[in-house]
Design a protein around this ligand. Structure first.
Ligand code: ADP
Ligand code: ZN
Ligand code: ZN
Length: 819
């Protein structure tokens, strides 16, 4: 008999905690199930049983498990090992990984409740006023929460009072748990069992001769049921929509027990109930790539599919998925952006029907639980399409992981920990399951391509678009030149404008791309150059026309747009910079008849917004789609004649070692949206530096050249893939403290890390956010060094830092492999 259980808790603590298993729970407590356990001062938490055994902990006496929540394990070994691996690699706690991994509805924690002491021995007349108010409320309501008490008394600090009342024996506390997953139910109706008998039924009808409405309702139900009187049920909502069915008639029959109601659980996930179709046959080139992928998988765990946009990578994925399903294996298909799932899911369901599930952060907590549960059921999903969090689903039989658009930096989680890269973790997860991993991209990351060239990964290429569609023709508009010749019309070059005109005349569609980083329109004084800034963050405020407000995109601070400059009083303040919203307005001035759609962070915040915009563009109710990087990725439209890149320079000049790689990727990807069946698409890139080597590579579609120029820089300047990076950020409201703490910490790292280089501390380009100053330290670890040793040393120094006055007041954030 196992009497102890190691339990993982959703708290920032190291490893697991050991609890004793009470006699009564011996048979229930098992690995992978959720248990409720006390932790800290009488709080209860949900944890997951990691292991059961017979060894009592040495350093503390184990408390009892309070409750076992599940009948069967909701988490498997693969998952728990994966969590632990991630925690070690990303230098965080396994509890933090667990919290990211589980739908929050699985993790119930308790809330403290206040009750009257059962045997109250004091006379209430001796109570203070506040004590009396609490006593009175408890006499009426039996149970109160902290918030109730605070509301009743109208004060915030209630703990001293409550502690006093507890010590006097007036009140007691207990912990209440609340399950937060709620199954969705719907009311169904059926004929009561008694009346399924023919005789009884005619008797019922006979009794209703004077109640025409009820008679109609019963008639409808009986005719719908046909021969299946006994088994027939229908949703009440649906039934009430039928003509001749009245609410009052139905309620009366329910009152008479002739019709009965029943609450039934229904899923939240939309079932796909249309017919499925065969996958498209592969063309010759695709067939070659498909068999090369299979060959490469014999030798490699990971294969990189480098295929130009529109070459049919997705079609190949679909074939590979079907093969896995035939083998009875599961497939995980990862995408970097939720926007992409809406198009791909249709293509997958068209072939695979209901076997495909979707999972991403726009799903509610309840929907996520349902996907999770369905994956664990026999006959549930075989394939899951999702964003990075789908890595954490309870797969137990993975055969293949596809990471599409593998170069995308949005695969990396920024906040909170674990700050993981889903592409890299897909490789790790694949390894645990002995599953194959396919990375796909038209513009692979320098890192993955490096691995492929050096035969760590297999490499397969697709160089032609399907259906003989040509790669687009790319032109450069020299903004400086056009400005000099006064040919620019607001933000548009004459080259872009004339091409837009032609496209619109031909009733063809246009995509205009504006990188998010140059997105903010802000106010600037023409006289003194002053720009209104946020008083808590080190950034300029962004102008929002619809609200006539200046807003901070980091903390949400907002102020009214002033008429004159706050620094010099001049009224010559003007907007500089242009965002997607501004572009939309400018188009309306130049092409008043064109229908314009906008896809950016602001217009896609609701769950179905992407679908709406993409749908409108697909059925051509939008002529011009303006957007940020969202429009650059993987979307497949069939009528786009022209793509415009409005400002390439912002991407090229961004201070980051990956800036050029990203600029190349973004421009190539968005260019890839242009082109149609029998017509070559056009791309116009507006830039101040038309001779920039990156722009040349984009124009020539020369990925190899991009790769070789980048890899040289990476080697010379000691960046990935030659070095691993660990970023450490120090934050605090006091500038002096941040300066001192960061210098101190960088100092001890420099002293103690012999294999790695320590850079900084330095202020990032935005040095203050939400009132906190920020300083960065960068550790560069050579590939051939023992990374674990270095990481352990860093962790050890962090522990030390966190007990050193006054530095321990600072927040430290660790980011392994920052992007
Ligand atoms: P990629 O993922 O490489 O960008 P897609 O798979 O989206 O390319 O293919 C581009 C377009 O060509 C899609 O509309 C797709 O349906 C079509 N297509 C690709 N391969 C085939 C094929 N073998 N048969 C029919 N249509 C295809
Ligand atoms: Zn701010
Ligand atoms: Zn001024």
């Amino acid at each position: 008999m196992n009497s102890f259980a190691d339990v993982l808790l959703p708290l920032p603590i190291k490893g697991s905690f050991t609890y004793s298993i009470p006699e009564a729970l011996q048979y229930q407590a098992a690995v992978g199930k959720r248990v409720v356990v006390p932790f800290g001062k009488s709080r209860l938490y949900t944890g997951i049983v990691r292991a059961v055994h017979d060894n009592a902990p040495e350093k503390y006496s184990a408390k009892d498990i309070a409750l076992v929540l599940d009948d069967h394990a909701i988490v498997n070994y693969f998952q728990m090992e994966f969590w632990e691996w991630m925690a070690a690699y990303y230098m965080c706690n396994v509890g933090e990984v667990m919290q990211a991994a589980l739908p929050s509805a699985f993790l119930i924690s308790s809330e403290t409740r206040i009750v009257l002491n059962d045997d109250l021995k004091i006379d209430p007349s001796s109570f203070t006023d506040r004590e009396y108010l609490v006593f009175e409320a408890l006499s009426l309501k039996n149970v109160l929460s902290y918030k109730d008490v605070a509301d009743i008394l109208g004060i915030k600090t209630i703990h001293p009072l409550l502690k006093d009342m507890f010590d006097k024996g007036i009140i007691g506390f207990y912990e209440e748990l609340r399950e937060s997953y709620k199954a969705k139910t719907e009311t169904f109706i059926a004929l009561a069992a008694t009346y399924c008998d023919a005789k009884q039924l005619s008797a019922a009808f006979a009794s209703l001769t004077k109640a025409a409405k009820q008679e109609d309702v019963l008639m409808q139900l009986v005719s719908l049921a046909g021969k299946n009187l006994e088994s027939f049920t229908i949703s009440k909502k649906k039934f009430l929509k039928i003509e001749g069915v009245s609410v009052s008639g139905l309620q009366a029959l329910i009152g008479k027990n002739i019709i009965v109601e029943e609450q039934r659980e229904i899923g939240r996930l939309n079932a796909y109930d249309e017919a499925t179709h065969d996958a498209k046959g592969l063309n010759d080139d695709q067939r070659r790539a498909h068999s090369e992928i299979q060959e490469q998988f014999q030798k490699h765990e990971v294969v990189l599919l480098h295929g130009v946009t529109g070459s049919g990578k997705t079609e190949i994925y679909i074939h590979l998925i079907e093969e896995q399903i035939k083998l009875g294996k599961q497939v995980l298909y990862l995408l970097p952006e939720i926007a992409l799932t809406t198009q791909i899911i249709r293509r997958l369901q068209h072939v695979l029907g209901d076997e495909v599930g979707i999972y991403h952060s726009r799903y509610s907590m309840n929907e996520r639980v349902e996907v999770w549960n369905k994956l664990q059921k026999k006959g549930g999903y075989q394939v899951v399409l999702g964003a990075r969090s789908a890595l954490f689903l309870p797969f137990d039989n993975l055969g293949l992981i596809i990471v599409d658009e593998e170069h995308e930096s949005s695969f990396k989680q920024q906040e909170p920990a674990p700050r993981y890269h889903a592409r890299d973790m897909a490789v790790v997860l694949g390894n645990k399951h002995k599953a194959k991993v396919l990375l796909g991209s038209a513009t692979p990351s320098v890192d993955s391509y490096h691995n492929a060239i050096h035969e760590k990964y297999g490499l397969v290429k697709l160089e032609k678009r399907h259906g003989g569609i040509m790669m687009p023709e790319i032109f450069c508009a020299d903004v400086q030149e056009e400005k000099r010749k006064k040919k620019m019309k607001s933000i548009f070059s004459s080259l872009l404008l004339s091409n837009m005109e032609t496209a619109l005349e031909n009733r063809e569609q246009i995509i205009l791309f504006q990188n998010r980083r140059g997105f903010a329109p802000m106010l600037e004084c023409n006289l003194c150059g002053h720009t209104p800034k946020c008083n808590k963050c080190d950034v300029s405020l962004t102008y929002h026309k619809a609200l006539n407000l200046l807003k901070c995109h980091y903390c949400g601070y907002a102020e009214k747009k002033a008429i004159s400059c706050a620094a010099c009083g001049s009224v010559e303040v003007a907007l500089v910079g242009f965002g997607t919203q501004k572009i939309e307005e400018e188009i309306a001035l130049v092409f008043p008849k064109a229908k314009v759609g906008r896809m950016d962070w602001d217009t896609t915040r609701t769950k179905n917004a992407y679908q709406q915009i993409i749908g409108d563009f697909e059925d051509k109710s939008i002529d011009i789609l303006v957007g940020t990087q969202m429009v650059s990725k993987g979307l497949d439209f069939d009528n786009v004649a022209l793509v415009g890149v409005l400002n390439a320079d912002q991407m090229l000049n961004f201070p980051d070692f990956r800036a050029h790689e990203r600029a190349y990727q973004m421009m190539s990807q968005v260019s890839g949206r242009a082109g149609r069946k029998n017509k070559r698409g056009k791309v116009v890139i507006q830039t101040y530096s038309p001779d920039h080597n990156i722009i040349r590579y984009v124009i020539d579609s020369n990925y190899e050249a991009l790769y070789h120029s980048e890899i040289l820089l990476r080697r010379n300047f000691k960046y990935p893939p030659f070095y691993r990076l660990v970023g450490i950020t120090v934050k605090h409201q006091s500038l002096d403290l941040v300066n001192a703490a960061a210098a101190y910490f960088a100092g001890i790292l420099k002293e103690s890390l012999d294999e790695a280089e320590v850079l900084g501390p330095e202020f990032p380009s935005i040095a203050r956010i939400r009132g906190e100053y920020i300083k960065n330290i960068l550790v560069k670890i050579p590939r051939n060094a023992t990374t674990n040793k270095t990481k352990n040393t860093i962790l050890f120094k962090i522990e030390l830092f966190q007990i050193t006055e006054p530095f321990k007041k600072c927040r430290l954030i660790i980011d392994v492999d920052p992007v």
